[in-house]
Design a protein around this ligand. Structure first.
Ligand code: UTP
Length: 296
């Protein structure tokens, strides 16, 4: 059995890149095909044997709790109508345990993670940022957990990003230590391209150990006045090794409007419910665009 049994899902951010949709509803509840994006993250962790979830919420985020709760009126209704498949679908995650912690003010990812300290206790835990949507066939979290178990060190997910996008990410400096594995020597939050120590950016999956909480507790606000997780990881480097794992699969930044649309198209093309019709539709739209362009 895996040593990582708990997952933290910070979901208290303001979602400003997705306004106005996120003015009164959580970004994490935006559906990709037929499931809210946070459910994909929960299913990704569940597939790795994780069964305890701590969701960090804030104002306007109550629908997150409702989504993972039992809805008995709906269940009764579906039972009466004989809609077995839908009933199974809405109950698919009912064996998991969920706890919710409020982050009163969105003071940054480091601050959000610290809220979960009393629930994590003395165990390693996974952190999943649900607006980074990972293709379920690409097993990122599974590979990270394996690496954690091998090395007994925190592991962060990395992706090679183009230089012009590097200023949007936390970036690492590191020494290669196997295929796609780096022993990290430094972290820099959102560097200018010329100051970036590499093109390896941190993406929204982490396997952390409880010693990160001691560092988060002593931290001061960093870039943008926020308590940055990257700064805490930099502090952790003084005490122990931290590794990076380069993800080469499909990731969608669904907290951004264009990334969200890309995720929607890719997931719809794989969905048994709509894939065929959607593919025909996309082809017809592409043809129409081509013809329009020819006519110009
Ligand atoms: P993001 O920066 O992607 O999310 O944070 P955001 O702040 O909601 O979005 P923008 O940038 O304004 O559009 C990554 C993750 O960390 C959570 C967010 O909910 C998101 O899942 N987060 C961020 C918190 O839980 N608390 C915070 O204070 C900041």
């Amino acid at each position: 059995m895996s040593m990582v049994k708990k997952a933290l899902l910070p979901a208290a951010g303001l979602g400003t890149r997705f306004l106005p949709a996120t003015k009164a509803s959580p970004k994490e509840m935006l559906p990709i095909v037929d499931k809210p994006m946070i459910q994909y993250a929960v299913e990704e962790a569940e597939a790795c044997g994780i069964n305890e979830f701590i969701i960090i919420t804030g104002r306007h985020k109550r629908t997150l709790e409702d989504h993972f709760d039992t809805v008995y009126e709906l269940e009764e209704n579906l039972k009466q109508k004989g809609k077995k498949q839908l009933l199974e679908e809405i109950n698919r995650l009912s064996h998991l345990n969920f706890a919710y912690v409020r982050q009163g003010r969105p003071l940054g990812l480091g601050h959000a993670i610290l809220r979960a300290k009393p629930f994590v206790k003395d165990e390693p835990f996974a952190v999943l940022l649900s607006d980074d949507v990972i293709d379920p066939d690409d097993n990122l979290l599974q590979d990270m957990i394996k690496l954690y178990e091998e090395l007994d060190c925190p592991v962060v997910a990395l992706e090679e990003v183009p230089r012009e996008e590097i200023h949007r990410y936390g970036v690492i400096q590191g020494e290669a230590d196997g295929d796609g594995v780096y022993r990290i020597t430094d972290f820099v939050e959102k560097p200018e391209p010329e100051q970036a120590p590499s093109n390896l950016a941190i993406i929204g999956r982490y396997i952390l150990t409880p010693d990160i909480f001691r560092i988060l507790e002593r931290m001061r606000p960093g870039r943008g006045g926020e308590y940055q997780l990257t700064d805490a990881l930099k502090g952790l480097l003084k005490k122990r090794s931290v590794y990076g794992y380069v993800f080469r699969g499909r990731r969608y930044d669904a907290g951004d409007k264009f990334g969200f649309l890309k995720a929607t198209v890719s997931f719809a093309l794989k969905s048994p419910i709509v894939a065929d019709r959607f593919r025909d539709y996309i082809i017809s739209v592409a043809r129409e665009l081509q013809n329009r362009n020819k006519g110009k």
